[in-house]
Every structure is written in C-alpha cells, then in structure tokens.
Write a protein that binds this ligand. Structure first.
Ligand code: ADP
Ligand code: MG
Length: 702
C-alpha cells in the first residue's frame, strides 16, 4: 500500500485552486510523465521542471532602464489616468516615479477596479516587466508583476519558465505548481549519505524548491546539483524496480532446456544461407543460458537487418526439442504475421505445429488455437499482446521471445512470464540503444549483440531531395519499377489537429495511382487487419511494386527484394525512426537507395538529422547523435520530457549518475532485499513518487 504521507501528491490537479477540468486537460499535455491512461496529479506537477528563467534582478531605476530590457522597479504611485469615456483605444495609464524619473504603467482594456486596488495613489509598489521608451518617455505595458512593497513574495526575481501549450498561461501553471509544491510532505531521506556528500546533493524537497523557485538562472540547468539530485532519484527508483523484477523472475527458478540437437541441425540445414559469425555466437550464448537451471533473461540487440528472427527461431527450436513450447511476441499485427509466414514453412517441414494468435483470431479458429496451446499440440505460437490475455493457457511454456521490446512495459513482460512455469526470456530489440540506455531500460540483463550484417549486403545510398522535385522523383520511380525494382513510399501520420497540410498516405496513393496503375499498393494503420495482410502479401509477392505506406511498416517488415525507400516529409521523423525505416531496404544482395524527401525550410535540428542519415548507416552512431540532438532540441525548445521513460533524468546530461545508481541499488537490495529497513521504507516512497510502484507489489507477493 502507498504510504499515507504521500496522499497529498496523488490527488487530481483539479483539486488545486485555479485548475478546472479544462486547464487540467492542458496541463496533462505538458507533464513529463506518460499519463495517457489517467488524470494528472499534483505529484506530476512537481516533476514538471522549468526549461529556462526570466531574470528580473536588474533594478536600475526608471531613468537608467534600457529600452527592451526586463527590469524590476520600486516606484511610488502618483496618479491614475483612465481613458476618456467611450474611447477604448486609449489605454489606462498609471503614473509612478522613483528618484530618477517618472514612468507610465500602461494597460489596455483595463479592469479599473483591480488597478485601483493594486496601485493606490501614494503607495509604494514593485513592478516588473519589459521597459519601453517612446519619444524619450519611459513606459511599461502590462507589467508582468505588480506587488506592494513589503509583500513581494509573489514576485519572483528569477522567474522559472515552464513548457506551455496553447491555451495554458504561465501564470496559471506556476500557481498550480506552487500549490503542488506546498503539498510535498517532509519525507525521510532515502539516499545514501555518502552519495549525497560526494555529489553535494540537497534533500529532495529542497531540490524541488531550488528548481521551481530559483535564486539564480543556473539553478534550473539540468546539471545543477538540485536537478542532478532528482535525476539520481529517478534513476535509483528505476534501477531498484528493475532489480526487483529481475529478482522475482529469477527466484522462480528455471530448469535446464536441453535437447538432442537434431531439430536445430535440420533447421540450420534448411536455411537458404549460412549464419553469420554474430548469429552463431549469440546462439551459443543463448543455448548456454537455456541449458542452465537458472532462468534466462537475455537481450538480443542487433541493428535492423542483422538477422535476429532466425536466432529467435533456433532458440525456440531448442525449447521445443527440450519438450516445451515457445512463444514469440511482436508489437504489431503485421509483424506477428510476417514472423509467422517466415517461421511456419520452415518448422512445419520438421513436423512441428505453429499458430498465430492476435486480436483478429476469433470464434472457432481462436478456440482451436487456445485448445492447441493448452494441450501442447501447438509447439510454437507467434502473436501480439493477445498472447498474454487471461484465456491463453499453455501446457508448458518454456521460452518467451519478445521482439522490439521497447514497446512493451515491465508489467506486460511480467504478465507473459506468468504464463509458464518460469519460462526463459529472450528480448530482441532492433533499436541500437546506447549502453547507458540499455542499463536504464533493462537493468543488468545479459546482452548478446549482432554486430555484423549478413554477408553480401551492400551499403544503402541515401540522398535528400526537396519536395519541389517530386515530379522528377516520380519519373525515376516509374523507371525503377519498370526495371523490376520494388519501392516503399512512406508518408507521415496525419493528425486531425495538424495545421500544416500534409499528404496522407491515402492522398499520395491517389496521386500515384494514375502513374503506377495496378503496381501501386497502399497500407496504413486504419485499414482492417485482413486488408493490411493482403497489401503486404501482394507487395511481397511482387503483384504490387510500389507500396505507399504509413509508418506501420517501421519495425521489422521484411521484403528482401525491396530496394528503394522514399520517405516523404523526412524532416518530421526522428533519427531513430528514419533509421528503422531505412532498414526496410538493403536486406538483399542488390544495392539499395533511400530518398529523404523534405520540405523547405528545414530547421537546424532537422537539417542535422538528415545529414547524419546521409553520413552513416551505423545504428549505434545514429542513436548517439539522436540523444545529442534531442538534448539540444530541448535547450532550444519547449518539450519537457527528455529521455524516453524518464521524467526529469536525461541520459545525455546525467549518464554518470546512472551507473552510480545501479551500484547503489544493487548494494541496497543485497542488504535489504525486502526493503524493510528504515532506508528501505524510505525507498518505497521514492518508488511511488516516480511511479515505479509495480515493483513494490512484487515485494508483497514475495
Ligand atoms: P532484423 O534483425 O531486422 O529483425 P531479420 O531477422 O528480419 O532482421 O533479417 C533480415 C533479412 O536477412 C531477412 O530477409 C533474413 O532472411 C535475412 N538473413 C538473416 N540471417 C541471414 C544470414 N546469415 N545470411 C543471409 N541472410 C540472412
Ligand atoms: Mg526483426
């Protein structure tokens, strides 16, 4: 159970003054946590950190305040000058002075009553805002802040600036955050005192205070001690939660999976190619794990096209040889069916039964598959998250392979694990995550890497082209198709609300159809499952030769003889996504091309992204550039959430803390595996604060 002391942070933000349902919806958009499935809470606001400040410390006096500068002035109110009756175009002016001169505080469409109350004649007030000089006369139009001298608490001299969204005012947000901060209870310290001292970390509450009420602009930089403290907290919570999951998974002790090797040998013979060195190596590592009595928890990391699927297949064959069943879980329907199409013919030849199970199998078919899994008649099943619904029972699930792991959360991982008697687990990711991120996302999983691509692959030529040259490109694609090549044409997703008019896949299909006729196919996310399959099949088998698609084909789709990919509005895609998309070509022996079609003018970051794509095909380099660019993007931009899965921590700034947090977590759990000590109890609060409380439930389950 969540400690009661944290309750004030778990209330809906609508309980804060000034936050109604409408404002709450807006705030929901900017809090850094992923809360698509719940309302925003006060606790989300405290981690909504400012990206910059407005420095109001400059107090030069009226006469010396430069035009355009943000200044704070202490003035005495001299007189009010309302606009003449009926003339709304003249502003309301309040004249005030200090030792150096006089200033007009100017208000359009003023609320007279409020102005009179805020600035009574003869009173001393502090105002802060932007100076304007006009014909030698100083003025301040709509000061940002007005406060009575002696009551300036509400006037921040270093004012934090938060990410905003249309319709949400900074004032409303600051007020809400201020109230959320007041609800932060006094909490016991969960950090190790040595770490605190070495890193000069302030206490949790103090760290929040320093960032939200900065005394100096450097307080809001991600590398300030205060921010680093919060990042460390978040890393520590993440590492502890991962370690607890891992410990639970391991505690269910596994069993050795060994077979006579005949099935595997037969499969290897049936493959039309030889395994690469990397594949052989990864398989040996997996095999060694499978044969151990402990459970396997291994990450198979390999760049797009490096051939992870066949490794998974051979691992599953091992599980079957040992008398168990194996499941391969993919993030999308298309991908599940593709895996099924690759695997089924190979293993059926060996006399095994394979099934595919997604949300689409219904009625009798579904009943039969479920029965086959329960009786053990089906040896291997490929599917989507439909695999971990409650109705799915296995006779003896021995190995679970999860493809493209980054799309599945920890609890889903646990759910599928619960389907078997401590099944071994192989997680595959095509995202070439840098080491630091592997650590943060997966904890200390064992890792196998596919570092080489199958022999005979040729480099992909990548070119960029402005949208104006579309006609020329279409002409060239027509020639390529006539020449027997296969082309993917990717269009970005179009959201309803988007202002910029983009070509949707459907529009593009309509415009290319006259050129390509029956050779043009279309696939997008809103199509029915069967239609999608049909479109993919037709393209794979060459009935269509240019496939206009949304990013549904981003991960994993494998059509080895496709040699050209056109990515429209490439400037709108992130680097990782571009890399994934490009990886759809270059999978066979023929040379491939990637055309990045962009719309001018390009922003700095987009320009850089496209040139990185031109420069390299190395997934690791690309992901590192990606992190860097996202870091910069954030300094410039408004978007708050940095590293995926984290609220305040940013890999590019805080990577050094991650390793410390990992060691810290390990040591803590060795000494106090049930989090029962005083520090352990405090750590439980930390887990709740950062939404890692799934792990606390594991503790109770024992
Ligand atoms: P990914 O790692 O991106 O999932 P896939 O498993 O889809 O890659 O493999 C990409 C392509 O390479 C597939 O067409 C597959 O048949 C082929 N392939 C896999 N291993 C080899 C190999 N050792 N030699 C040649 N081709 C291979
Ligand atoms: Mg794959």
């Amino acid at each position: 159970m969540r400690p009661n002391i944290l309750d004030p942070l778990f209330v809906s933000i609508t309980s804060l003054a000034g936050v109604g349902p409408k404002v709450a919806e807006l705030i929901k958009k900017i809090v850094p946590a992923d809360i698509s499935d719940r309302e925003a809470r006060a606790g989300d606001l405290i981690f909504t950190l400012p990206h910059s400040v407005i420095d109001r410390r400059n107090r030069p006096g009226i006469a010396l305040a430069p035009s355009g500068a943000i200044v704070t002035l202490e003035v005495r109110i001299d007189r009010h000058q309302p606009p003449p009756r009926g003339n709304k175009s003249v502003p309301y002016r309040v004249y005030a002075f200090d030792d150096t001169g006089e200033i007009a505080l100017t208000f359009f469409h003023a609320n007279t009553g409020w102005l009179e109350k805020a600035m009574p004649v003869g009173e001393d007030v502090v105002v802060s805002g932007r100076m304007e000089w006009f014909n030698g006369r100083p003025s301040m139009v709509h000061p940002d802040h007005i406060a009575r001298v002696g009551d300036t608490e509400s006037l921040p001299l270093v004012e934090p600036v938060y990410p905003l969204t249309a319709g949400l005012s900074g004032k409303v947000l600051r007020r809400a955050i201020g109230q959320a901060l007041e609800r932060v209870p006094a909490l016991p310290e969960w950090l190790n005192p040595d770490v605190m001292r070495r890193q000069s970390f302030p206490a949790f509450g103090e760290a929040l205070g320093r960032i939200h009420n900065p005394a100096d602009p450097i307080d809001v930089l991600p590398d300030s001690a205060a921010w680093r403290r919060l990042a460390y907290d978040e890393f520590l919570a993440g590492q502890i939660s991962l370690a607890l999951v891992r410990a639970t998974v391991r505690r269910l002790s596994g069993r050795p999976l060994a077979g006579d090797g005949r099935l595997i040998a037969a499969l290897r013979n049936a493959l039309p190619y030889k395994l690469t060195q990397s594949q052989t190596q990864a398989l040996a590592e997996i095999d060694a794990d499978l044969q151990k009595p402990e459970r396997m928890l291994r990450l198979l990391q390999g760049d797009v096209g490096s051939g992870k699927t066949v490794v998974a297949l051979l691992a599953m064959a091992r599980a079957v040889e040992a008398g168990g069943q194996a499941a391969l879980m993919a993030p999308t329907e298309i991908l599940a069916r593709q895996h099924f199409a690759t695997i089924a013919p190979l293993v059926e030849k060996m006399g095994l039964r394979v099934a595919v199970l997604t949300g689409r199998e219904k009625g009798r078919e579904r009943v039969e598959i479920l029965a086959g899994l329960e009786s053990g008649a089906i040896n291997i099943v490929v599917g989507t998250h439909a695999l971990f619904q409650e109705t799915v029972q296995f006779r003896d699930l021995a190995l679970v392979v999860v493809d493209e792991q980054h799309r599945f959360g920890v609890h889903q991982r646990l759910a599928i694990t619960a389907k078997g008697d401590a099944p071994d687990m192989l997680v595959m990711t095509a995202t070439p995550i840098p080491r630091t991120l592997v650590l943060s996302a997966f904890g200390d999983m064992d890792v196998s890497r596919l570092t080489e691509k199958p022999a005979g692959r040729q480099p992909i030529r990548t070119v960029t082209l402005p949208l104006e040259r579309l006609d020329e490109l279409v002409g060239r694609m027509r020639d390529a198709v006539a020449d027997g090549q296969k082309v993917y044409w990717i269009c970005p997703l179009v959201e309803e609300s988007e202002e910029i008019k983009l070509m949707s896949a459907e529009d593009r299909f309509a415009s290319l159809k006259p050129v390509f006729g029956d050779a043009a196919g279309l696939v997008h996310g809103r199509m029915k499952g069967a239609e999608k399959d049909e479109a993919m099949r037709a393209f794979k088998e060459g009935e269509t030769r240019i496939l206009i698609a949304t990013t549904v084909i981003e991960v994993g789709v494998d059509v080895p003889d496709a040699t050209i990919i056109v990515i429209e509005h490439a400037e709108r895609f992130g680097l990782a996504q571009l890399h994934q998309l490009r990886g759809r070509v270059g999978r066979g022996a023929k040379a491939s091309t990637c055309v990045l079609l962009y719309k001018d003018p390009l922003g700095e970051t987009a320009k850089r992204r496209l040139s990185v794509m031109r420069e390299t095909e190395d997934g690791f380099r690309i992901s590192e550039e990606d992190l860097k660019l996202r870091g910069e993007g954030e300094l410039l931009g408004t978007r708050q959430s940095g590293t995926p899965g984290f609220q305040v921590a940013r890999i590019e700034t805080h990577a050094d803390l991650l390793e410390i947090a990992r060691d810290d977590a390990r040591l803590l759990l060795t000494r106090d595996p049930d989090l029962k000590s005083a520090r352990g109890q405090a750590i439980r609060m930390l887990l709740y604060l950062f939404g890692r409380d799934e792990a606390v439930r594991l503790l109770r389950a024992g």
